[in-house]
Write a new protein. Structure first.
Length: 293
């Protein structure tokens, strides 16, 4: 793994090298995926010139040794290497500067006073993981192009983060799953444009029914899901409101093929299940309930 250290102070640069050497002497501490090759630049000019010609997996930046003030060194590096994560390295007195850099896109920060082999390795690993997660999220569209709701990929990614926070804060979480049918009939009889229009109208209806949800998504061709964090009232009357909307829609001109309400499920989430698992279990739970009836 190629790591570029941008550090003006030779003593501090030596401490970083010692910490990396010490880590290499303890292979049982498998925190990092592969050994580190450390490269050193004394200033931002050297660093920007280096990243233009060489690839680095991570940049470790001390902005306080630069003649430029504040966030300028970080901004220059981000412009020169936008796809490379930057981990800030600052003295404790400059922690507010590091936090400001994180808000601007830095992958994290380390305090110089805490530098040792294991804290350094954990900080590098966390920065790499955070960067990979953010990159994956950017590459996966979070919005359903047709309805404008959150896409399934976005719902699973953002929703699982919300569930972990809810568990940490001891807050309840509720997943609501709505299934409608009739879209295929619309497509077969009137074409894909009629089906798409019905899906858009359904999304608008669900926005009205779930105004306080934290996430509202199209999680399947005819499935819609809402995630709500915190105390909320039960949505058991919701099927009545959906059916009322369907009846009203069917009575309007231009809607000759009615949609039908298929199923509504309300799941109170526990911390030991992901949203993907809860969504995947929706059909088996419905089949089991039908058999009991």
């Amino acid at each position: 793994m190629r790591l570029l250290l941008v550090e003006r102070d030779a003593w501090d640069a030596g401490l970083i090298q010692e910490a990396i050497d010490e880590l290499e002497e303890h292979p049982q501490e498998k925190i990092l995926p592969r050994p580190i090759d450390l490269f050193h630049a004394e200033n931002i000019s050297e660093a920007t010139a280096s990243v233009e010609h060489d690839h680095y997996d991570l940049i470790l930046l001390d902005p306080t040794g630069s003649h430029d003030a504040g966030l300028q060194p970080f901004m220059q590096l981000r412009e020169a290497a936008p796809r490379t994560p930057v981990l800030m390295l600052v003295p404790r007195a400059e922690e507010p500067l590091a936090l400001a850099a994180v808000r601007e896109g830095a992958a994290g920060y380390l305090l110089k006073e805490d530098i040792d082999c294991l804290p350094l390795a954990r900080g590098i690993r966390a920065a790499l993981e955070r960067h990979q997660a953010l990159t994956a999220r950017e590459e996966q569209p979070n919005a359903d192009e047709l309805t404008g709701l959150t896409s399934k990929n976005g719902f699973l990614y953002l929703g699982d983060m919300a569930l972990r926070l809810a568990t940490r804060w001891n807050k309840p979480a509720r997943l609501s799953i709505v299934n409608l049918t009739g879209y295929q009939v619309l497509q077969d009889v009137y074409g894909s444009q009629a089906r798409d229009l019905a899906l858009i109208e359904t999304a608008d209806m669900l926005r009205d029914l779930f105004p306080d949800s934290d996430l509202l998504a199209r999680t399947g061709p005819t499935q819609f899901s809402a995630l709500s964090i915190g105390p909320t009232e039960s949505l058991r009357p919701l099927p009545i409101r959906i059916n009322a909307w369907l009846d009203k829609r069917a009575g309007r001109p231009g809607h000759p093929a009615p949609l039908e309400f298929d199923a509504f499920e309300e799941v109170f989430c526990a911390g030991d299940h992901t949203l993907n698992e809860l969504l995947a279990g929706a059909l088996p739970r419905r089949a089991a309930a039908a058999m009991r009836q």
